[in-house]
Design a protein around this ligand. Structure first.
Ligand SMILES: [Zn+2]
Length: 195
């Protein structure tokens, strides 16, 4: 475990000031569990192992996007997390769902770039909550990109509720604010029971 921490510290120090994004600012919040911090660091430093990265490690591995193949979009481009979050036709319904996820003042829809780098339009606390949900969304996309669950929005909602409960273990009071930031048509109902 200590090896992992020192490695992460090195990666964190490698992040240039000019590469700072609203999402990377989540690293500054110590209450975020380590598993999420590790995932975020891998994302920020382009070390998530999609097929394009796996192909570099082992050129026997096809670098094509399986989500495109599974949904009949041929020829498939390289599978990178950037492709999946911004361009993949196999995740377009998911991206559309996500862009309508929040309803807070002055936020009509999430822009494509905000899904990739996070939002920075609100108060510090609202930004943080929105960006945590965006991080969970990125994790979902990465984890389920090769399955039919990628376009199952009820499954996505359950995933978000579970992950938020885990992330906010030490900050339960912030969970109360989550539903107030979310589109009424999407409401994460199981968060209503939070005390
Ligand atoms: Zn694709």
């Amino acid at each position: 475990m200590s090896d992992i921490s020192s490695k992460n510290l090195t990666i964190k120090l490698e992040l240039q000031e000019d590469k700072k994004t609203p999402l990377s600012e989540l690293m500054e919040h110590s209450f975020i569990p380590n598993t999420f911090r590790v995932f975020l660091l891998k994302y920020l430093t382009n070390r998530l192992l999609c097929n394009a990265q796996l192909h570099h490690i082992n050129n026997g591995i096809d670098q094509s996007c399986l989500c495109c193949i599974n949904n009949g979009f041929l020829p498939p481009p390289k599978e990178t997390i950037h492709h999946l979050l911004k361009y993949c036709p196999g995740t377009s319904a998911l991206r559309n769902f996500m862009s309508n996820f929040f309803v807070v003042e002055a936020l009509n829809q999430l822009e494509e770039d905000e899904i990739c780098v996070g939002v920075n339009r609100f108060s510090q606390q609202k930004n943080m909550i929105c960006n945590i949900i965006i991080l969970v969304f990125i994790k979902f996309t990465y984890q389920y990109r090769r399955t039919a669950l990628i376009n199952d929005f009820n499954f996505l909602k359950d995933f978000i509720v579970d992950q938020l409960n885990e992330i906010f273990t030490l900050k339960k009071h912030l969970l109360r604010q989550v539903n107030s930031l979310i589109n009424p048509n999407i409401q994460l109902e199981s968060l209503d029971e939070v005390n």
